[in-house]
Design a protein around this ligand. Structure first.
Ligand SMILES: [Fe+2]
Length: 383
């Protein structure tokens, strides 16, 4: 059982220090590791928060010389990584700490990759076999999540877009996993309801898509179902009446989603990615709006899996359509819009969106194939 005053440690897939107040361990831990000049990679919003300034203060009081790099885009691009690399060299850093949501974490991980692996960043694109060139060591790398959604703190990949085309590229290597994660639910206590809702639905989408993804990964399946259960139990509360318990459970579940989705994602993330690239929609919100439709698309042929999802969600009836209805209800209860058109998506966007969705790297793992016409139809339902 979760005791909120306790700090826990568990080691899967890396060392996770979890608990309210665990952020206080970061500075002493770096000192103990003999790190002297860490580069803290974060976003411009987090860089201004009290806790972040406090972390800097604590590090300095222990004799460390931290540098901060926060000039990153909402959807990170290659130049963000190159400038971060320059900051690392300029301050002669000896470690990297990614502090923030998905964007900060992705940039931090990509900077870590680029320090000793000196080819062009996109030579390492995993989809063209680039991981084989990642042969040089990665500097000590640590993560601190400030949202409960992406789960990127336990990931081994970074999604970075090309500056001009905005095409997303994936950098992946087992050595890119953080050496230690400091997961402190208190860092999410002040998140606005809209951010909690959108990031929480991203976490739910990770768990659901991972559970349905094709392929054999019973460990990921078990983790995903427990992640679904925790989110169903706590997201509404974390949005509408946040308390330490709901925040803590959401942080655990978002970590679990990212662990589970090493099995793969699916049609929902492929629908969501173009909404961010083309229309700058928040990733979690895009997933939330597409999730019920993507799940309905997947019911046929996956009926047994939907029974298990319905059980994890503690629904009265155990069927795919019940799950879909529960997702519509959840979006409404946490104040998210019901339709893409409420966020500026218009009929004229659908063709381009569908093409980009088809080219996306997630849906090949969907339990059933998705065609261009399917994507078009799903956007039409959701608009
Ligand atoms: Fe996601």
């Amino acid at each position: 059982m979760l005791e909120l005053h306790k700090i826990y440690q568990y080691n899967f897939p890396t060392i996770i220090r979890f608990g309210i107040g665990v952020i206080k361990e970061l500075a002493p831990y770096l000192k103990e590791q003999n790190i002297k000049q860490p580069l803290l990679v974060t976003d411009p919003v987090v860089a201004e928060l009290f806790f972040f300034k406090n972390v800097l203060k604590e590090m300095k009081s222990l004799g460390l010389h931290p540098a901060t790099y926060s000039a990153i885009s909402k959807n990170p691009v290659k130049s963000d990584v190159l400038k971060g690399n320059e900051a690392y060299q300029e301050h002669q850093c000896d470690a990297i700490v990614g502090i923030g949501g998905g964007a900060a974490m992705d940039v931090a991980r990509a900077i870590a990759l680029s320090i000793h692996n000196r080819r062009d960043l996109f030579d390492y694109d995993d989809l063209i076999g680039g991981d084989q060139y990642i042969t040089e060591p990665i500097p000590p790398f640590f993560t601190v999540p400030t949202t409960a959604g992406t789960g990127s703190e336990v990931g081994r990949s970074a999604i970075i877009s090309e500056d001009d085309t905005k095409r997303k590229r994936i950098l992946f290597h087992p050595s890119l996993i953080a050496k230690r994660v400091f997961a402190d639910p208190a860092l999410t206590f002040d998140l606005p309801a809209a951010v909690t809702a959108a990031t929480g639905m991203d976490a739910l989408t990770h768990n659901m898509e991972a559970y349905l993804a094709k392929g054999f990964h019973p460990m990921a399946d078990g983790i995903a179902l427990e992640g679904i259960r925790l989110i169903t139990e706590s997201l509404e509360k974390a949005v509408n009446q946040p308390d330490p318990e709901s925040r803590s459970k959401m942080m655990i579940a978002s970590l679990m989603g990212a662990v589970a989705f090493q099995k793969g994602l699916g049609v929902v993330h492929s629908l969501a990615h173009p909404l961010s690239t083309l229309l700058d929609m928040h990733h979690g919100l895009a997933n939330a709006l597409c999730l019920p439709y993507g799940m309905r698309f997947n019911i046929k042929g996956c009926e047994d899996r939907f029974v298990a999802i319905a059980q994890a969600m503690q629904l009265q009836e155990h069927s795919g359509e019940e799950v879909v209805q529960a997702l519509f209800d959840l979006n409404r209860k946490i104040g998210l819009p019901a339709r893409l058109s409420e966020r500026g998506v218009q009929e004229e966007h659908l063709e381009k969106l569908s093409e980009l969705a088809l080219a996306d790297f997630c849906h090949p793992n969907n339990p059933k194939p998705v065609t261009l016409e399917d994507f078009r139809r799903l956007y039409e339902f959701a608009i």
